[in-house]
Write a protein that binds this ligand. Structure first.
Ligand code: BDP
Length: 701
């Protein structure tokens, strides 16, 4: 088992009763319609059935007893359509109905939707029911995605390096495209379709204009053709200065008529080749990327220009809000809100503003980004990071859906209690038609796609939450484990607990109590709270923790940067005081004296040490749990995970020792007795260098 098959493993079910149930109810399939999407659905069903129950699934010429009937609403015979009328009225264009019916005394299982993509999603659901060993005697499942644009964002460069990629090189083999279609492209599309991901941005946000040349459009087209039957649209990142880099124009000013025409022509050219091209993702005026500000124009000017170019083709523009400028270093956490909120309501209808989950940058824990809820007249798209840039790369087992869920569940209070981030993102809070969610992919050329075998759970879980942001991450973990490893409860329960706890573990051993951005600079691998010599203040960890002999933490209250004023009441008031701020966000919002007495009556210094120690112990527990389940997992994956957990344990200790020794210089206090004597001194930890840490792409050189 090398992990290549992801959660789509169709090994023979070893429970005879379960197999019997499936054989009793499914003997063949009949399809209505002749679309390529329907073809991939039936092929998948055949492969899965034959693998799971060990018998061929015949294609039938008509609907018979025990057949699976597949087809979109319009292609179904009227009798079946009539029976499903009310079910079909409940789903949207990508939803599905999976139902057991009796037709002319024949028992059948119908998989349908408004479109063939709905049928495909329904087919994957039926397969999943079997992978989970569920009874399919009385299927009655209706489901629809709650968010429209469910995208992966690949930070992949054309030279195949991947920014913040820890699973090898880019899976897009640009050099051999368009001719060479690798099986991975198809399996990638299958995997995404199985969880309902319907779009993929192929290229890095730190974009190259080369991908917009006709030479590359041809390659993109080849990928789009592979993905189309799976309901997966392709998107590209648009480098704002492309009109100049192409050699065509002397400016990229978004109000210049020639520039506007250039983008319209470019859009026409792309759509002529790829009629269902999704649109553009843009990082502008951020970290050196060009943008409208270069011409004294605004984000609205830039976004709307591109929006006009793709609008005739029903394309969209995802304009990123990840900006922080050199001119206003007071508090980086405030800048995106300050720059974007004044533009609320001014973007064209086909623009989404894409906002990271928190106001800094994909930390192990951040409070939700205050832009969520603050722009009721603009569709905001959530951006999560699936690749673990700040969470131990692909070496650490961290189950991210637990973290995604935490953000989605947070209450913004902008329209009173219950105004959750999920409701902003799915559009229900302010009645938005266009909705979206993106995850920065953790996929590469690694045989198992994601490097760490548990990284697959983060791809899977992202997809599930993109489909329904109200799902429970624990339930997602369980289904993933069953499909990926084993259905045995003795395996699933403890490993599910391990996954759920893994997120808090990484917070504990890296950045507990609201600490953030103290990773070593540049590569973000390992601790670097001491870094203070970089060009811009907010590139330095010392900017974020502000440790002195007085205390530690970033004062974002009224007496400090007042970033809190960007949140609604009662958050503002509650977090303004140390006593009422949840301890998990303490040092995010407050500069706190080392002797400050926390809820448990112990000092901050004591509690900080206790959290780091807890983090190490959490990983020790993970190691033990994994060792206990050996009999349920194939040797290859068992041993690989076992070895990776040892790396995680070593690095958790490294984090604890390095950070505590560093802060001890300021607190001036002994390490509490429960902290084992650090192996090395602070100078040693500070001297470590990682010139070849993975994930730094040429765009940073
Ligand atoms: C940061 C990454 C950097 C990305 C940037 C972004 O360190 O590589 O380019 O975010 O999101 O997290 O644009």
């Amino acid at each position: 088992q090398d992990g290549y098959d992801l959660w789509l493993q169709y090994d023979k079910i070893d429970d005879d009763k379960v197999v019997e149930n499936y054989l009793d109810h499914i003997s063949g399939f009949h399809k209505f319609g002749s679309d390529e999407t329907l073809d991939v659905a039936t092929t998948e069903l055949k492969t899965a059935f034959e693998g799971l129950v060990g018998q061929t699934l015949k294609e039938l010429n008509s609907v018979e007893e025990n057949s699976v009937v597949l087809g979109s609403e319009e292609n179904l015979p009227s009798e079946i359509r009539a029976m499903l009328k009310s079910d079909l009225s409940e789903i949207n264009s990508e939803g599905y109905v999976l139902k057991s019916l009796s037709l002319n005394n024949n028992r059948i299982t119908v998989v349908t939707g408004k479109t063939d993509v709905g049928v495909l999603y329904g087919t994957f659901r039926l397969i999943k029911e079997m992978q989970l060993h569920n009874n399919i005697t009385q299927c009655d499942i209706i489901d629809s995605p709650k968010i429209q644009k469910r995208l992966l964002n690949h930070w992949d460069n054309l030279d195949r390096t991947v920014e913040r990629g820890y699973a090898g090189f880019s899976i897009w083999d640009w050099h051999h495209l368009p001719e060479l279609i690798k099986p991975e492209y198809i399996d990638y599309a299958r995997a995404n379709a199985s969880i309902g991901i319907n779009g993929t941005v192929l290229t890095n946000v730190n974009a190259s204009s080369l991908v917009l040349t006709s030479h590359y459009i041809e390659k993109v087209k080849a990928l789009a053709e592979v993905f189309r039957p799976y309901g997966l649209q392709v998107y590209l990142t648009a480098r704002f200065s492309s009109p100049m880099e192409s050699g065509d124009l002397k400016t990229a000013d978004p109000l210049d008529p020639e520039v506007r025409q250039w983008w319209k022509d470019k859009a026409d050219e792309i759509y002529a080749e790829i009629p269902d091209f999704g649109g553009f993702l843009v990082k502008a005026n951020s970290e050196g990327q060009p943008g409208p500000n270069n011409y004294d124009r605004s984000h609205v000017d830039g976004a709307n220009m591109l929006a006009e170019a793709v609008a005739p083709h029903s394309g969209i523009v995802m304009w990123r809000a990840f900006v922080y400028s050199e001119d206003d270093p007071e508090d980086r956490a405030k800048q995106a809100y300050s720059e974007f909120v004044p533009f609320d309501g001014q973007f064209h209808d086909n623009v989404l503003v894409q906002v990271k989950n928190g106001p800094i940058d994909f930390q192990p824990r951040e409070p939700f980004h205050p832009m969520f809820g603050a722009m009721p007249d603009t569709p905001l798209m959530m951006e999560f990071q699936i690749t673990q840039e700040y969470l131990g790369f692909s070496s650490h087992l961290v189950y991210l859906p637990e973290m995604f869920e935490e953000t989605l569940d947070e209450d913004t209070y902008v329209q009173g209690e219950g105004s959750t981030v999920a409701k902003v993102v799915d559009g229900t809070l302010s009645n938005k038609k266009l909705t979206g969610i993106a995850g920065v992919a953790n996929i590469g050329t690694a045989k198992n796609w994601t490097g760490h075998p548990f990284g697959q759970a983060n791809w899977y879980g992202f997809g599930r939450l993109a489909w329904d942001p109200y799902l429970d991450s624990e339930a997602i973990a369980k289904e993933w484990l069953k499909m990926t490893f084993s259905n045995e409860q003795e395996f699933v329960d403890p490993v599910k607990d391990l996954m759920i706890k893994s997120r808090e573990a990484v917070v504990n051993y890296m950045t507990p109590l609201g600490l953030h951005h103290i990773m070593d600079t540049g590569h973000h691998y390992g601790p670097g709270p001491w870094v203070d010599d970089l060009g811009r203040p907010e590139w330095n960890p010392v900017y974020y923790h502000r440790a002195t002999s007085e205390g530690v933490g970033f004062d974002r209250t009224e007496s400090g940067s007042d970033a809190l004023s960007q949140y609604a009441e009662p958050i503002r008031e509650k977090y303004n005081s140390i006593e009422t701020t949840p301890e998990k966000y303490l040092l995010w919002f407050h500069h706190v004296p080392w002797d400050y007495k926390m809820e448990n009556g112990q000092t901050l210094w004591y509690n900080l040490a206790a959290k780091y120690q807890e983090g190490v112990e959490d990983v020790e527990e993970m190691v033990n749990t994994w060792n206990d389940i050996e009999e349920y997992v194939d040797d290859q994956r068992f041993e690989e995970i076992q070895m990776l957990l040892q790396i995680q344990l070593k690095e958790a200790k490294w984090w604890r020792n390095a950070v505590l020794l560093y802060f001890q210089q300021f607190s001036g206090k002994e390490l509490p007795e429960f902290i084992p004597e650090p192996e090395y001194d602070l100078e040693y930890y500070q001297s470590l260098e990682f010139p070849y840490a993975p994930g730094i792409s040429p765009s940073w050189h």
